[in-house]
Design a protein around this ligand. Structure first.
Ligand SMILES: Cc1cc2nc3c(=O)[nH]c(=O)nc-3n(C[C@H](O)[C@H](O)[C@H](O)COP(=O)(O)O)c2cc1C
Length: 410
């Protein structure tokens, strides 16, 4: 458990504007945030990113290096990708899993490394529902079929809220019975307990991007006529039962996050008003922050698209539901991240593709926003880079074309 700083902003008061205390000049996105007993060293988060690169759900060296570099790169919280709570709930055969105790040691090794390098460790728990049994993106995506399956990677039957296929060409999933819902909920609980054993600080439940919990929330995929469908209240029922059950076993000193699709891609689906209502229910159930993403059902995106395109949703949920939010989606610049936190749109800023492109984004952001501070770098690098920075500053930029560009000693 991380206890790196004192409590600066109480999670109970997330609707208030984030302000730097007058005596602190630290930029807002670099200030620590304490959620329950976990203090993040800054508000820059690595969003969950499926790598489709393990066998039988077991992480190894690839994930240690892939995720570990973000801790070395200064991020406050690193969230492990969508992790299957059941084998059948995986998106693909290559997904990370936490459906058995065998999965714990590999993930514990990652959590330990993240902690050793000053980052908090998060894990996203997921069930893919109708989008399970998919091919890896680089194999072409879409459903696995007998014809396109890799050797030993047969397709499996999928489940969902209703028998609505994930898209054209996808098989119809089995509509879960009420008894089967209890099994899925229990699988989320069991995976949560294992995440605790593995040493994670933060659990995030995946209720976005067209996966099972989102399939319950969205009228595009939930056609049930029982108490788990119909009205928004009915569609929220199962996701909220999962939240309740997970919160009951996830310790009171650790934060629980939920990732939502604030809007479905088309106007026929979930609206931001629906998601504000859902966020209010999450807050009432002691969820600490909503990770605000979008889309994933129906294939289309009929909303504005560009830098920070989902930030307005995070801002609205934060203001109207009074819960902390994490903004994500085409956030690519340190000053952009700073503006999001400083103007009170969100408490946390998550990056996925930009972090892959620049795993050192957070240390670079700290340098840019604090006029050259190397303090966030690991000690093995920061002081040496600071020294080199001074030298480079005195030399000015390399102008070329001669690779050797030196000065005589004074
Ligand atoms: C390679 C890759 C894998 C992803 N896997 C997940 C995932 O496991 N869970 C999830 O909620 N979102 C996943 N996403 C979505 C990202 O977390 C993020 O919301 C999205 O990419 C937008 O942020 P960005 O513009 O910073 O990339 C993935 C995105 C990428 C690029």
């Amino acid at each position: 458990m991380l206890r790196l700083g004192r409590l600066l902003f109480r999670s109970e008061d997330p609707g208030g504007r984030v302000r730097s205390p007058p005596f602190v000049s630290t930029p807002a996105v670099l200030q620590p945030l304490t959620l329950r007993d976990v203090t993040l060293r800054n508000r820059l988060i690595v969003a969950p990113m499926c790598q489709y690169s393990v066998t039988d759900g077991l992480v190894g060296d690839y994930h240690l290096v892939h995720l570990g570099r973000f801790a070395l790169g200064g991020f406050g919280l690193v969230v492990v990708e969508a992790t299957g709570v059941t084998a059948d709930g995986r998106i693909s055969h290559g997904d990370v899993g936490l459906w058995s105790d065998e999965h714990i040691p590999g993930l514990a090794r990652i959590a330990d490394f993240l902690h050793a390098e000053g980052a908090a460790a998060g894990i996203q728990l997921a069930h893919a529902g109708a989008k399970a049994s998919s091919r890896r993106p680089w194999d072409g995506g879409g459903p696995v079929t007998a014809e396109n399956a890799r050797p030993g990677e047969a397709p499996w039957p999928t489940v969902s809220a209703s028998d609505v296929p994930a898209g054209p060409g996808w098989p119809a999933p089995h509509a879960l019975t009420v008894d089967e819902l209890a099994d899925v909920r229990d699988a989320f609980v069991a995976a949560t307990r294992r995440a605790l054993t593995a040493g994670f600080d933060v659990v995030e439940l995946h209720a976005a991007h067209g996966y099972l919990l989102h399939q319950f929330l969205s009228p595009l995929s939930n056609r049930r006529s029982d108490e788990y469908g119909g009205s928004l209240e009915g569609r929220m029922r199962f996701p909220l039962e999962v939240v309740d059950a997970v919160r009951a076993v996830w310790p009171a000193d650790r934060p629980l996050l939920v990732r939502v699709s604030a809007v479905d891609g088309s106007g026929e689906g979930i609206t931001i008003e629906d998601t504000v209502a859902f966020a209010r229910e999450l807050k009432a159930r002691d969820v600490d922050a909503v990770d605000v993403s979008g889309g994933g059902i129906g294939g289309s995106w009929e909303h504005p698209l560009g830098y920070g395109y989902q930030v307005p949703y995070a801002a609205r949920i934060r203001a109207e539901a009074g819960i902390a939010t994490m903004a994500v989606g085409l956030i690519v610049d340190a000053r952009q991240a700073e503006a999001i936190v400083a103007d009170g749109s969100a408490d946390l800023v998550a990056l996925a593709r930009e972090a892959q492109d620049d795993p050192n984004f957070a240390v670079h952001a700290a340098r840019e926003l604090t006029e050259g501070s190397y303090e966030l770098y690991p000690v093995q690098a920061g002081p040496r880079l600071a020294g080199r920075g001074k030298l480079l500053g005195s030399l000015g930029p390399w102008t070329g074309p001669d690779p050797v560009q030196v000065r005589k000693p004074a």
